[in-house]
Design a binder for this molecule. Structure first.
Ligand code: GUN
Length: 283
């Protein structure tokens, strides 16, 4: 048996079309979603991400502002910019690209972003809302994982899900979202005994640990859905996930490739969040 591939690029394109249509309808009412992206310093990977976000805004008809600040920008100046963007009516979403230079305290910056414009879903109030199940802007990659599952007919309801990894950005929030979708959720991590055995119980496996090809064929219950959030660069320069794709694809029912699985969903969910924030702001 060979797994069906979860085509993240295709699903992401479908969602982008849906967003485009909504943006066109909003424009009739004089509303245009706006996203501000803030980049401090010149980290090459961050520059690529920021360019891709600006491009997505352009493609989908959003207003966008990119603020490129020098690496030596003071925390006070960055906070002043965020304060200004919080008050700007044409901006519905604010994303400060991470990581920040060492002299800037990440938490102070995230805390300063208006919750209504927190399209990353990183603000402690957004995290709290996710925890108690209140409506809020959801972190993009975890929300993307849930979309991939639902749009391939793999609803988490009633399933056993094992999440490998407990980061604040992916592991913890994706676990809460799976729980909200009525899965029975286990969060496994580097200190979990008998990890392969734990994972073998799962109908849905979400790997988000950052260890190349960690998850092997004999960890997977035949027919399980395997979602790989890992993006690791091998010495050869090739990208690979946290799942040993070639061998796991022989036993899984469904699997996300890397690249082309979860990756394309992240920016698309950022756009969906910005659209949602714009709709909320305009009643
Ligand atoms: N850097 C890498 N991924 C992300 C992300 O999802 N949001 C932000 N703000 N910075 C990042």
């Amino acid at each position: 048996m060979s797994a069906q591939i979860i085509n993240g690029k295709q699903i992401s394109d479908t969602i982008r079309e849906e967003i485009k249509n909504e943006v066109a309808a909003l424009r009739e009412k004089g509303v245009r979603p706006g996203l501000a992206v803030v980049l401090v310093g010149e980290d090459p990977a961050s520059q690529v991400y920021v360019r891709n976000k600006a491009k997505a805004c352009e493609d989908l008809g959003f207003y966008s502002e990119v603020h490129r600040l020098p690496a030596e920008t003071s925390q006070a100046d960055l906070l002043a910019l965020i304060e200004r963007l919080n008050g700007q009516a044409d901006i519905n979403g604010i994303l400060v690209q991470l990581p920040l230079p060492k002299h800037i305290e990440e938490k102070a910056v995230i805390d300063a972003i208006s919750v209504a414009k927190d399209v990353d879903g990183f603000h402690p109030i957004s995290v709290g809302n996710l925890m108690i199940g209140d409506d809020s802007l959801l972190p993009c990659t975890p929300a993307g994982v849930i979309e991939l599952l639902k749009r391939t007919g793999n609803s988490p309801a009633g399933k056993k899900a094992v999440v490998i990894g407990r980061s604040n950005i992916v592991g913890k929030p994706v676990s809460l979202l799976l729980l909200r979708e009525n899965a029975t959720v286990t969060i496994a991590h580097s200190r979990t005994p008998n990890l392969p055995e734990v994972v073998r119980e799962a109908d849905i496996v979400v790997a988000a640990v950052g260890v190349p090809k960690l998850v092997k064929k004999d960890w997977i219950k035949p027919g399980a859905v395997v979602v790989d959030v890992g993006i690791n660069r091998l010495d050869t320069g090739k990208l690979c996930g946290d799942v040993d794709y070639d061998e796991v694809a022989e036993v899984a029912g469904w699997i996300t490739p890397v690249p082309g699985g979860v990756g394309p969903m992240t920016i698309t969910m950022l756009m969906a969040n910005t659209l949602k924030a714009a709709k909320t702001a305009h009643g």
